[in-house]
Design a binder for this molecule. Structure first.
Ligand code: GUN
Length: 294
């Protein structure tokens, strides 16, 4: 079997076109959705993510504002920027790019974001609402995974989904969202992680595998059953002297051998990545809509 390639880039473009139309409607009512982005330090991956987010905002017709602070910024300086975004009526979504140079500050910074503007969905209020199935901003990467599946025609309803990874950004919210009632959920979910014994025992039972462990070749061909659908959330840099940059991006899945066996798979890059930014636009539009009175 040769897998169908799930083209996250094409799905993202389609959704962004829809978001652009809705943004134009809101702008006609005098409200331009705005995103405030804070980047602390100069981590090259974070820099490129932040540029991509701002470019996507501009292309969708949204307003964006970026503030950069040096890696040496104090917690007080970071919180001051977050508070200024919270107060700014032109800003409907606040995003602090993670990781922060000082990981110990992260929780306090996330908790300083006004939950009404928490378009990343990382604030404990947002997480709690998600857990209860109440309306809130859903975290962008897992939400993007669910939309790839839906728009590719792979229903999660009744499916056994094995999520490999337990991060607060991807694995844990994804497990929660998949287990909820609703068109993006209704799955039977198994969560695996680095301490899971005999990972293959679980992945071999999966209709859908989501690899979000942050380690290349976490999922190899002997761990998937023919007919499975594989979503690769991993973005790992591996050394490659043949490239100009000296590295290339790979996911968590041993792509070619797995693609030769399964029904469908997302590539890296071009799979989940573009969907993350799309869902950020989606949440920012939603926030602007709410603030404009629905
Ligand atoms: N770092 C990696 N993914 C994300 C994300 O979705 N949001 C933020 N703010 N930082 C990230």
């Amino acid at each position: 079997m040769t897998a169908k390639i799930l083209d996250g880039k094409a799905i993202a473009e389609q959704m962004r076109a829809e978001i652009k139309v809705e943004t134009a409607k809101l702008k006609a009512r005098g409200v331009t959705p705005g995103l405030g982005v804070l980047l602390v330090g100069d981590n090259p991956a974070s820099r490129s993510y932040v540029s991509a987010k701002e470019k996507a905002c501009t292309e969708a017709g949204m307003y964006s504002e970026e503030i950069r602070l040096p890696a040496t910024a104090t917690k007080a300086q970071i919180l001051e920027v977050v508070h200024s975004f919270n107060k700014n009526p032109k800003i409907h979504g606040v995003l602090v790019q993670l990781p922060l140079p000082d990981a110990k500050m992260e929780q306090a910074v996330i908790e300083a974001i006004d939950p009404a503007k928490d378009v990343d969905g990382f604030h404990p209020v947002s997480v709690g609402k998600m857990m209860l199935g109440l309306p809130t901003y859903l975290p962008c990467t897992p939400h993007g995974v669910l939309h790839i599946l839906k728009r590719s025609g792979y229903a999660t309803d009744g499916a056994h989904v094995v999520v490999v990874g337990r991060s607060n950004i991807v694995g844990r919210p994804l497990v929660n969202m998949l287990s909820q009632k609703g068109e993006l959920g209704n799955a039977t979910v198994t969560m695996c992680h680095t301490r899971t014994k005999d990972l293959a025992k679980y992945t071999l039972q999966a209709d859908i595998i989501v690899a979000a462990a942050g380690r290349p070749k976490t999922i190899t061909a002997d761990m998937v059953r023919p007919g499975a659908v594989v979503i690769d959330v991993g973005v790992n840099r591996v050394a490659d002297p043949a490239t100009r940059s000296g590295y290339r991006l790979v996911g968590d899945v041993d792509y070619a051998p797995v693609a030769a066996k399964v029904a469908a798979i997302t590539p890296v890059p071009g799979g989940v990545g573009p969907m993350t930014i799309t869902m950020l636009l989606f949440n920012t539009l939603e926030s602007a809509r709410r603030m404009a009175g629905g």
